[in-house]
Design a protein around this ligand. Structure first.
Ligand SMILES: *[C@@H]1O[C@H](CO)[C@@H](O)[C@H](O)[C@H]1NC(C)=O
Ligand SMILES: *[C@@H]1O[C@H](CO)[C@@H](O)[C@H](O)[C@H]1NC(C)=O
Length: 339
């Protein structure tokens, strides 16, 4: 081997050893200090970037919360029924069966088992945490939406929750066109597209049986009144409003006012429990104090305020208090958002 080449090999070997040794030193000797440094840096950035229990500028639950809100709000009650939470206490079951005084209730728990053979059983949306900023629009059916031009703001939310009839076609400018969740019961059912979650609000055991029937054979044709025998909806996206949550809303939020909460109020409660930021549209009367639906031209024909079973005034008071305490943002129609 020529001398020149030998020297080169020696230098190379020496370099190799120096590099290996330094790497070894760094990996083992300085391993802990560097880890500490990383941990420290991570903690610093954590404190800097996540200011609260969610990733939005404001969260539903704040560390030092308003006492009125903290007394009522319980984020661990799941608004949606799962197999696990479907086992109701005797008290809750009795209360729920009293709602519409079902005359011949079938075995509730057997029907629930049938339902979950038919639709998915998932615990959705119970993922509140510092990483999440879920924005939601709850869109009521009030005539105050007419001419409001809210469509674009509504459509920009992550979740868009509507209820009962709530047509969008022809009203897009004012009410938006997207719907992720549509709350309904057999007597108020409408057809949905395949991307929307049908959220059944059951008031009786028959409503759960109707759900299966309406998505399959269509054998159930009436409850206390004639109902849609079949509906268009994606059965893999069907969700069920939990009777236990229903009772929690009635006890904690309405404190027993009215016979039971309205679908509007139930939708609002659904939203504040699964979302971090809630905007509310189409609740309350229109500018002239009329109570009607945005799709009704006749201001008296669709009057929905005095339904007898709901305490609309009390519900509206709670809604306004939530807005007062910055838990929700109310959009009241053409006059703009009310702060
Ligand atoms: C909140 O709800 C959970 C689940 O239903 C219940 O176990 C818990 O006791 C409730 N917390 C309060 C403070 O009421
Ligand atoms: C609603 O709130 C107003 C003012 O706070 C109060 O005077 C009224 O009695 C409340 N209505 C109901 C039904 O609680």
């Amino acid at each position: 081997m020529p001398l020149n080449k030998q020297r080169k090999l020696k230098t190379f070997t020496l370099l190799f050893f120096i590099i290996s040794f330094t790497t070894f030193l760094f990996t083992y000797t300085f391993r802990d200090p560097s880890l500490y440094f990383f941990k420290y840096a991570l903690r610093l950035s954590d404190n800097f970037f996540s200011k609260g229990p969610c990733a939005c500028p404001r969260c539903m639950m704040e560390p030092e919360d308003d006492p009125w809100f903290a007394e009522r709000f319980n984020q661990s009650v799941n608004p949606l029924m799962t197999r696990d939470n479907s086992v109701l206490s005797d008290e809750t079951l009795a209360w729920w069966q009293w709602l519409q005084s079902e005359r011949k209730p079938t075995n509730f728990h057997k029907v629930v088992r049938d339902v979950f053979h038919f639709i998915p059983d998932e615990a959705l949306y119970m993922d509140a945490g510092p990483e999440r900023c879920r924005t939601c629009a709850v869109v009521g059916n009030s005539g105050n939406l007419k001419g409001s031009q809210y469509g674009a703001i509504i459509d920009s939310s992550d979740l868009i929750i509507r209820m009962n009839q709530a047509p969008t076609m022809g009203f897009e400018k004012d009410v938006g066109s997207r719907t992720t969740h549509h709350l309904m019961y057999p007597e108020s059912a409408v057809d949905l597209d395949s991307t929307t979650h049908l959220v059944l609000v059951p008031f009786k055991t028959l409503d759960l049986q109707w759900l299966i029937s309406a998505l399959t054979t269509g054998t159930i044709k009436e409850t206390y009144m004639p109902v849609k025998t079949t509906i268009k909806a994606n059965k893999d996206k069907v969700l069920i409003y939990s009777p236990a949550f229903f009772k929690y809303v009635y006890d904690n939020w309405l404190e027993g006012h009215g016979r039971y909460p309205s679908t509007g109020f139930l939708s609002l409660m659904f939203a504040i429990h699964i979302c971090d930021k809630v905007s509310v549209f189409g609740f309350g009367a229109d500018q002239r104090g009329n109570w009607h639906h945005y799709w009704d031209d006749n201001h008296l024909a669709g009057a929905f305020r005095f339904t007898g079973v709901h305490d609309g005034d009390y519900e509206y008071n709670v809604t306004l208090l939530l807005a007062d305490k910055h838990k929700i943002r109310m959009f009241k129609g053409r006059s703009g958002p009310v702060q």
